[in-house]
Design a protein around this ligand. Structure first.
Ligand code: GTR
Length: 414
C-alpha cells in the first residue's frame, strides 16, 4: 500500500453515507437557469468543462502542428481471414525522437462500407489484447506483472494475448464493428515519475502547456483524441461512428476525452469509479484523498486541494457525464466492485438526466440501481453486472447492442 493511504478512512457501508449536495448543472454562474439546449451548448457547457479543467483533470491542449502518421503494417487476412489488421504509429512531432503511440486496428473484412469502430486504450500493450503473433510486441515501460508476462518493466513474448479476456475481438468484428486500441503507457507510463518520459515533458513547448498544468489522465485522454485524428483520415472507418470506451482508470480517461472531444459519437464507461462516473461527494469506496494519495500523478495538482473537502469542489461527476449530451452514454458497474461505488456510478448517470432532457433525450427512467444484469435506460443506459471489477464479454455485448440501436436510429433520421 502506498505511503499515507492506510490512514485514509474508507466507507463501504451504505447506511453510513452522510448527506451531500450535488452542484446543479443547469445553474448558470450569473444566477440564471439554463432551460434550453441552445443555452447549454452556447454558454453552460464550456463553463462546466472549464471547471473540470481547472479543478480536476487540468487543461487539455490541442492537436500538435507537426503530428503525422506512419502505417507500419497491413494484413488483409488476419484472425483466420475474418479481419484486416493495420498497425499505425502516430508521431506527435517532427523531432527525431518524437513521442509517439502505436495504434492497432482490426476491421471486419466482410463489411465493404466504412465501418463504425470502438476505440479505447489498453493496460499492458497492444500485443496483450489478442494472441495474434502479427501484433508488434510493445517495447515500452510497463507495470511489472508476472501473470501478464511483464518482467523488469518490459513485455516478454509470454505476454502475448494475456489480456485477451477484456478484448473480445472476434465478437466485435463479427458484429460489423472495428476495434482500435493503443497502449496507455505510450502516452505516459503509469507511475509518479511517468511525466518525465511520457509526452507531457517533451511536448510542452509544442503544445504550449507545462507538465504540471495537467496529469496522466489528461495525457491518456489527449492520446484518444489523436487516435480520432487518425481515424478521420482512414477511409475504411466511419469517423462519425466512433464509440469511445475504457475500463477503470482508462474509463476515467475515456470520459475526460469524450467531454472535450465531441467527435466521439457514443461514450461507454466501464467500471470507471472515482474520478470517472462515480460521484465524488458521496462517501463510499475510493475517495478524492485516497486516489490523489495512491496515484498522485493522475489528476491536475489543483485536485488535491479537495482531498479533505470534496464538498468544496464546484462540480461532481454527474456534470462530467452531462457533458456527453446529447450523445448516447453507457455507464456500467460491477456488483462486487464496491471500491468503484456502483451506486455512485448509477447516481452519476441519473443526475446527468436533466441535461439530456434539454435535448428531449430519455435517460435511465428508474430511480434506483436496477437488479444485476438488467440494463436500463435509453440515451443514457446503465447496468450493474454480477461479478468483479472487469471488462467482460457480457459488458461488450451490451455495448454492441446499444451501439447498434443508436447508429441505426441515426441512419433512419429518427
Ligand atoms: C485502482 C484505483 C481505481 C481504478 C483501478 C484500475 O487501484 O483505485 O481508481 O482506476 O485501480 O484502474 O484498475
Amino acid at each position: 500500500m502506498e505511503a499515507g493511504a492506510q490512514e485514509i478512512l474508507i466507507n463501504q457501508d451504505e447506511s453510513k453515507v452522510p448527506a451531500y449536495t450535488l452542484p446543479d448543472p443547469l445553474q448558470g454562474a450569473d444566477g440564471k437557469r439554463i432551460t434550453t439546449s441552445q443555452q447549454w451548448l452556447q454558454h453552460q457547457r464550456a463553463a462546466m468543462l472549464k471547471l473540470f479543467a481547472v479543478n480536476v483533470y487540468g487543461r487539455m491542449p490541442g492537436k500538435p502542428r507537426n503530428m503525422h502518421f506512419k502505417v507500419n503494417s497491413v494484413d488483409s487476412s488476419a484472425l483466420g481471414g475474418k479481419a484486416i489488421r493495420r498497425q499505425v504509429t502516430i508521431l506527435f512531432s517532427n523531432a527525431a525522437s518524437a513521442p509517439s503511440m502505436d495504434v492497432l486496428i482490426y476491421l471486419p473484412k466482410f463489411v465493404k462500407t466504412p465501418v463504425p469502430v470502438f476505440t479505447g486504450l489498453n493496460f499492458y500493450g497492444n500485443h496483450t489484447i489478442n494472441a495474434d503473433t502479427g501484433i508488434s510486441l510493445s517495447t515500452r515501460w510497463a507495470m511489472n506483472d508476472e501473470q501478464k508476462g511483464i518482467v523488469n518493466n518490459r513485455a516478454t513474448e509470454a505476454s502475448r494475448g494475456k489480456d485477451a479476456g477484456k478484448w473480445p475481438v472476434k465478437e466485435i468484428i463479427s458484429h460489423g464493428y472495428g476495434l482500435v486500441t493503443a497502449y496507455y503507457g505510450d502516452l505516459e507510463p503509469d507511475n509518479p515519475e511517468g511525466w518525465k518520459t511520457g509526452l507531457r515533458t517533451p511536448m510542452n513547448t509544442e503544445l504550449s502547456i507545462n507538465e504540471n498544468e495537467w496529469g496522466a489522465i489528461g495525457a491518456w485522454a489527449w492520446g484518444l483524441s489523436r487516435i480520432m485524428d487518425y481515424l478521420e483520415t482512414d477511409a475504411a472507418v466511419d469517423a462519425k461512428k466512433v464509440i469511445i470506451t475504457g475500463h477503470s482508470r482508462l474509463g476515467k480517461a475515456c470520459l475526460w476525452a469524450a467531454a472535450n472531444d465531441t467527435r466521439f459519437a457514443i461514450v461507454v464507461s466501464n467500471n470507471s469509479g472515482e474520478g470517472g462516473a462515480a460521484l465524488s461527494k458521496r462517501w463510499f469506496g475510493e475517495t478524492i484523498e485516497r486516489i490523489n494519495t495512491s496515484f498522485p500523478h493522475w489528476f491536475a495538482p489543483a485536485y488535491k486541494q479537495f482531498n479533505k473537502h470534496p464538498d468544496l469542489l464546484p462540480v461532481d461527476q454527474h456534470i462530467l457525464l452531462a457533458l456527453m449530451a446529447p450523445r448516447p452514454l453507457y455507464v456500467a458497474s460491477a456488483a462486487d466492485d464496491l471500491w468503484a461505488d456502483p451506486k455512485g456510478e448509477f447516481l452519476g448517470a441519473k443526475n446527468a438526466e436533466p441535461v439530456y432532457a434539454l435535448f428531449g433525450k430519455k435517460g435511465l427512467e428508474v430511480s434506483d440501481v436496477p437488479p444485476a444484469d438488467h440494463p436500463v435506460g435509453e440515451t443514457i443506459r446503465y447496468h450493474i453486472r454480477s461479478g468483479n471489477h472487469d471488462f467482460t464479454l457480457y459488458d461488450w455485448q451490451q455495448y454492441l447492442n446499444f451501439s447498434d440501436k443508436h447508429f441505426r436510429k441515426t441512419n433512419s433520421n429518427d
